[in-house]
Design a protein around this ligand. Structure first.
Ligand code: AMP
Ligand code: MG
Length: 332
């Protein structure tokens, strides 16, 4: 039975379908293979020593995304129109909100171990059209995570200094250090999205970037950074409602950007650019996950669950204590 099917089977046995609280996570953890001790020792000594580490051996293959998320199969032509932005897995909204708290707690506990271990890192990329819900997702999913172990980078229109470097320069500086979870609110993908739609560089320049992005992500992966890429998919009607809500509510005026109305006219061009980026940059080590995102509570739950499952598969561990610590006493 494949991992995905086994998971589904476990959930069905628990009397539920779709996204659930897993019935027995400790059993699942016990089934997982521990890293080979020699590799583990090698990586540990790299931490203590000076050698730059290539710790790809410690990164698990991407986990099966939570039910409801569409994984873009590497090498297959993908069209965003295939995904129903309204999907909600037939879940109950209140139940889903409670389940989100469980997933958050898993993320918090695993993040503490990732931070203590200080060997690998996790990069979580969010892309979406304007009003797609990137900020809200980050707030909902990472609430309660120790801020010391987490960094969020939001990418805006590049500065002159950023434009005077290669397009990946500004992103590479913000990738997570060992032990950290790094969140990208927009990312290097903007350079094949807004840049393409608004014709900001000649076509041969943006065309070459898909391959460069794949190479960049391979470099990160082979250096010990596990990459998760979520595309939040909303419908055109949903965007209209969200923009209207920002206009109607004075407390949301700060979120309203008149430029979003101009960008909305390029809706179709953005959908094409998104579909191309997802097709060309979904790789075995860093696949794209497309999230039905009209229902915020469903979006939050399935993203949180996928992040928690990924951290669990990474299996971070507290470092071994120094010999004799348990017997030590603190002088008066
Ligand atoms: P927001 O995320 O709503 O605060 O807006 C940030 C703006 O920066 C959006 O309009 C993006 O399209 C724009 N932006 C982000 N990255 C780039 C880039 N590499 N080139 C041009 N515009 C960008
Ligand atoms: Mg905006």
């Amino acid at each position: 039975m494949s991992k995905k099917h086994r998971k589904t089977d476990e959930r069905q046995k628990a009397g539920t379908t779709g996204v659930t609280n897993s019935p027995d996570r400790s059993a699942a953890a016990a089934r997982r293979k521990a890293p080979s001790s020699s590799l583990w020792a090698a990586a540990t000594s790299e931490i203590a020593g000076t050698a730059p580490a290539l710790v790809a051996a410690h990164l698990p293959a991407p986990v099966a995304a939570a039910d409801g998320i569409v994984t873009v199969a590497p090498g297959r032509r993908f069209d965003l129109a295939e995904v129903d932005a309204n999907a909600d897995g037939s879940l109950d909204k209140d139940w889903a909100k409670a389940a989100l708290a469980t997933e958050r707690a898993r993320i918090q506990a695993l993040q503490e171990k990732l931070y203590a271990e200080r060997q690998r890192s996790l990069l979580v990329v969010f892309q979406a059209i304007d009003t797609g819900g990137k900020d809200g997702t980050i707030r909902a999913v990472f609430e309660g995570v120790n801020p010391q172990g987490c960094s969020v980078a939001s990418f805006k229109v590049p500065s002159i200094e950023e434009r005077d470097h290669d397009f990946l320069w500004r992103y590479h500086q913000r990738t997570p250090a060992r032990g950290m979870i790094g969140v990208f609110n927009r990312s290097h993908y903007e350079d094949v999205l807004v840049v393409r739609v608004k014709d900001l560089v000649p076509e041969p320049v943006w065309q070459a970037r898909y391959g460069l992005i794949n190479d960049f992500e391979r470099l990160l992966t082979e250096s010990g950074t596990h990459i998760l890429k979520f595309f939040l998919h909303i419908s055109k009607d949903e965007q209209k409602e969200r923009l209207e809500a920002r206009i109607a509510d004075p407390e949301k005026h700060w979120k309203f950007d008149p430029a979003d109305l101009v960008e909305r006219k390029s809706w179709d061009a953005y959908q094409t650019a998104f579909s191309d980026a997802l097709t060309r940059c979904s790789t075995p080590h860093a696949p794209w996950y497309v999230v039905p995102a009209n229902r915020k509570w469903f979006r939050n739950l399935i993203i949180a669950r996928t992040i928690a499952d990924t951290l669990e598969a990474m299996d971070p561990r507290f470092p071994e204590a120094q010999a004799g610590v348990a017997e030590m006493t603190v002088p008066d």
